[in-house]
Design a protein around this ligand. Sequence first.
Ligand code: FMN
Length: 211
Amino acid sequence: MIFDLTQTDALLATTRAVRKRLDLDRPVPREIIAECLELAVQAPTGGNSQGWRWVVVDDRAKIAALAELYKTVARGYLVSARDEATEKGEGQTARVYDSATWLADNLHLVPMIVIPCVEGRLPDMSPPSLSGYYGSILPAVWSFQLALRARGLGSALTTLHLIDEAGAAKILGLPDHVAQIALLPVGYTRGTDFKRASRPPASGITHWNGW
Ligand SMILES: Cc1cc2nc3c(=O)[nH]c(=O)nc-3n(C[C@H](O)[C@H](O)[C@H](O)COP(=O)(O)O)c2cc1C
């Protein structure tokens, strides 16, 4: 199969963390999420473990409870980080934290929340365990985000709710052996014209045949 690189490269280069441009008024059909998750589980896992589990939340009361929890644990930190970046004149970082603060204030309005989980807790903190554990779920999460973007939807990978992972587990009735990895607000995007991020070139941080 020959891919259309204009399309694939645009998808890879313009899939952003979408917060303020989530369309809060347009419902997200469950079928689209199911379709994107079928693509996500084509991602690799260490030892073909496939320990991923996906909790999709479209119940308004549960979204409201998760949003309240997120705001409680995240907002203070995000506001401080935004103010600090603004004071230092770090424009891009200040904009990210401003957007993240907006999400903390508006998460209760998003059409859907997806929480990627792993069945089985991180065994220990050794480098192979850490890499194998998170490396067996985050590629699938990114595939999910790419599949959403290809269909006109957006998402943002967030992790701050894990400060009160137990509280979120209670809201969702998750057993102790299921570890939450992230929380993604999901919705259609307002417009689809997302841009490449401004990043230093990869050539400046690439080492060939050694450091
Ligand atoms: C591991 C990880 C954790 C993140 N946690 C949060 C978070 O808790 N809240 C949030 O609003 N964004 C979070 N983000 C999104 C980042 O802020 C975002 O990816 C970054 O600013 C770059 O923006 P871009 O994805 O649009 O290029 C997280 C991203 C990653 C990869």
